[in-house]
Ligand binder design. Structure first.
Ligand code: SHN
Ligand code: NAI
Length: 303
């Protein structure tokens, strides 16, 4: 990974763009959506750039650039069609510790501009490490047609309710399960049902069944004493190995046994509020404990 994606806070970010042609104006369109302060220095200025000046979004100096302009910024975009000029200014920026983007030369770029899907709080940045910007653009177009417009208010809704979820569900794992359920139920759209889905996930959380995992290396007499009440709640036991007599004795008489199952079956059972036990080899139990974030993996000393 030569280029590492990160998301920069643009409040108080100072940006300088040299050049105001087509390419500069594409970078400007992106930057003007942010909270950064933007200055442009260029000899010829396209209409797009002038529009931003008229809206007081940017400041413009219509003149040739000089070396002394390259100071006091966080980011600089070098967008003239003069390769040598771009490179010279990039090396000045480098000496000053300013991050430069040279539009005609990735080798001199401290960072590159991704193709961006901008949906409010949801931002998707795509890069091909400079190999194929047109592919990045086409992938963006596909993602844009796939994501519903209402994804913007959805993420505003989520951001507004994040605190409430933290307060109502004090355990980290509960919150993770809550949000997993929420996205499964509500998907990516925001409509009149979204608040209902949100509320329903709180009650799902409380009625969801317990998932217990015991591996074949744990003898029944070494199971933690605190696990006994949970074992008594088990309605279904999924076992890939024969369940030892001593463990069987700890389970309810009416619990059913199944030797064949998959993750979806377990999930369905838990969602309907039934508690399950899975008994099998340690590697499989480890996998399940990662797959089901709310599982209790019972091992000696685990309570
Ligand atoms: C390295 C990078 C540096 C940077 O600019 O930050 C860079 C470099 C160069 N681009 C060139 C050409 C084109 N670039 C585009 C388009 C985009 N270019 C963008 C980013 C980047 N371009 C960075 C890498 C991003 C990545 O990792 O993929 C996008 C994503 C973002 C944006 O610019 O806003 C935007 C799509 C936005 C969108 O629509 O979503 C088109 C198509 C078009 O114009 O429609 C063409 C013409 C077709 C072609 O040549 O491929 C040339 C050759 C110039 C020449 O030959 O003279 C160079 C220089 C070189 O490769 O040496
Ligand atoms: N990174 C990218 O996405 C792409 C990069 N390019 C490259 O970007 C470069 C710019 O392309 P365009 O915007 O089409 O060029 P352009 O010629 O339309 O614009 C150049 C701008 O630089 C200004 N400029 C030139 N010399 C200057 C100086 N000494 N002081 C101040 N301003 C000066 C001009 O006044 C003009 O505003 C080209 O080298 C092109 O190969 C082209 C396509 C995509």
């Amino acid at each position: 990974m030569q280029y590492f994606p990160l998301f920069v806070d643009t409040q108080a970010l100072r940006v300088l763009i040299i050049g105001a042609g087509d390419v500069a104006s594409r970078k400007l369109d992106l930057l003007c959506r942010t909270e950064a302060s933007v200055r442009v220095i260029a000899i010829d200025v396209c209409q797009d750039t002038l529009n931003y000046v008229n809206q007081n979004r940017i400041t413009l100096e219509q003149r040739p650039v000089s070396d002394s302009d390259i100071t006091g910024y966080d980011l600089i975009y070098l967008c003239t069609a003069d390769k040598q000029l771009n490179e010279r200014l990039a090396s000045i920026a480098k000496r000053q510790g300013i991050w430069a983007n040279v539009v005609d030369n990735p080798k001199h770029c401290r960072f590159i501009t991704p193709s961006i899907v901008d949906r409010g709080r949801l931002q998707i940045a795509i890069s091909t490490a400079g190999a194929a910007p047109v592919y990045a653009r086409e992938l963006r177009a596909r993602l844009e047609s796939w994501l519903p417009l209402s994804i913007n208010p959805l993420f505003d809704f989520i951001a507004e309710h994040r605190k409430e979820v933290q307060q109502r569900l004090p355990v980290f794992k509960q919150r993770r399960v809550f949000w997993e359920h929420f996205f499964k139920r509500n998907a990516e759209r925001f409509d009149e049902n979204t608040p209902e889905h949100y509320q329903a996930c709180f009650s799902l959380q409380t009625t969801r069944g317990e998932l217990l995992l015991i591996d074949t290396s744990t003898p029944a007499d070494l199971l933690p004493i605190g696990a006994m009440p949970y074992l008594q709640k088990i309605e279904v036991t999924y076992a890939t190995s024969p369940v030892p007599f001593e463990l069987n004795e700890l389970l309810r008489r009416d619990a059913s046994f199944l030797a064949e199952f998959d993750d979806d079956m377990i999930e369905q059972q838990l969602t309907t509020g039934e508690s399950c036990l899975v008994y099998g080899d340690p590697a499989e139990m480890q996998r399940l404990s990662e797959q089901f974030v709310d599982a209790r993996y019972l091992r000696p000393g685990s309570f």
